[in-house]
Design a protein around this ligand. Structure first.
Ligand SMILES: *[C@@H]1O[C@H](CO)[C@@H](O)[C@H](O)[C@H]1NC(C)=O
Ligand SMILES: *[C@@H]1O[C@H](CO)[C@@H](O)[C@H](O)[C@H]1NC(C)=O
Ligand SMILES: *[C@@H]1O[C@H](CO)[C@@H](O)[C@H](O)[C@H]1NC(C)=O
Length: 245
């Protein structure tokens, strides 16, 4: 190799290493556990969990006015066959989270899911219906709302079944969710891939008070296909629920 060639190769290698360092440095959030408090800035990763269980098991003593975070030990989630999925999207990036249902039947895990993060500042969504023996909902939109970088709330956003209109094998449940018959799903002998897709967007402010705009963008562009913009995050479910405590 000529001297010049070697210099070029070395320069290129150094540039690649620098790019890797810069990329890694853009995630300053050192918290990878969903049940730990943290404050984030734009382009940090943010870890949160989605727990699958029966609706009742997200409430203290099954009292429907006392919903607790899945991080709270008082809930019977470890003993009731609940399943857990963890994700780490980038703050203020639109992400599509997918949960492969080839080996997971959401109705067997209880049929409802709650998104959550934090401990002292615990935030959780309401339980969303995913599936029972009759119907399966495969598409969701979740908004993570932050104030000064601290997660405040997680909201399921519904489009009033607008997306079912063009799909003949979908029905509208409770005027909010498009659902497919569970028997149409591949994991039940049908032909449809009923993997769950959760579109995640952000609102509020990060720890430097910069505003998070992806929810605004998703809402505005909802009728168009955003799939090209997604950074896709896949998760396989873990049954090791104890791990997060
Ligand atoms: C549920 O909790 C609320 C608020 O603490 C309380 O007022 C109510 O009596 C409880 N209901 C039952 C059935 O225990
Ligand atoms: C789900 O997992 C199965 C088996 O691992 C695989 O064949 C299939 O392609 C996956 N589906 C998606 C949508 O990733
Ligand atoms: C499944 O859920 C739908 C919608 O909530 C409900 O109408 C139906 O009765 C449920 N079916 C079973 C078998 O629980």
């Amino acid at each position: 190799m000529s001297m010049r060639m070697r210099m070029m190769v070395m320069t290129m290698a150094m540039m690649m290493i620098m790019a890797m360092v810069i990329n890694a440095a853009s995630d300053t959030n050192k918290v990878f556990q969903p049940c730990t408090d943290t404050k984030v800035q734009i382009s940090d990763g943010f870890t949160f969990g989605i727990a699958f269980s029966q609706k009742n098991s997200f409430y203290l003593n099954q009292n429907l006015s006392l919903q607790l975070s899945p991080c709270d030990h008082r809930l019977p989630l470890t003993s009731s066959g609940s399943q857990l999925s963890l994700f780490r999207p980038k703050v203020d990036e639109i992400s599509l989270l997918t949960i492969n249902t080839t080996n997971f039947q959401p109705d067997s895990a209880g049929g409802y899911m709650v998104a959550f993060a934090g401990r002292k500042y615990a935030a959780r969504s309401t339980p969303a219906f995913v599936a029972n023996g009759t119907y399966t909902v495969t598409s969701f939109t979740l908004v993570l709302e932050f104030q000064k970088g601290r997660l405040q709330n997680l909201f399921w956003k519904r489009d009033g079944c607008a997306s079912c209109a063009s799909r003949s094998n979908f029905v509208c449940l409770n005027k909010q969710d498009c659902a497919i018959r569970t028997t149409s799903c591949k994991n039940r002998g049908g032909s449809v891939d009923c993997s769950l897709g959760i579109q995640v967007a952000f609102s509020g402010t990060d720890k430097h008070l910069s505003s998070l705009n992806t929810w605004y963008e998703v809402e505005k562009l909802r009728q168009y296909s955003l799939y090209g913009l997604y950074s896709n995050l896949r998760s396989s479910l873990t049954d090791q629920y104890n791990k997060i405590f």
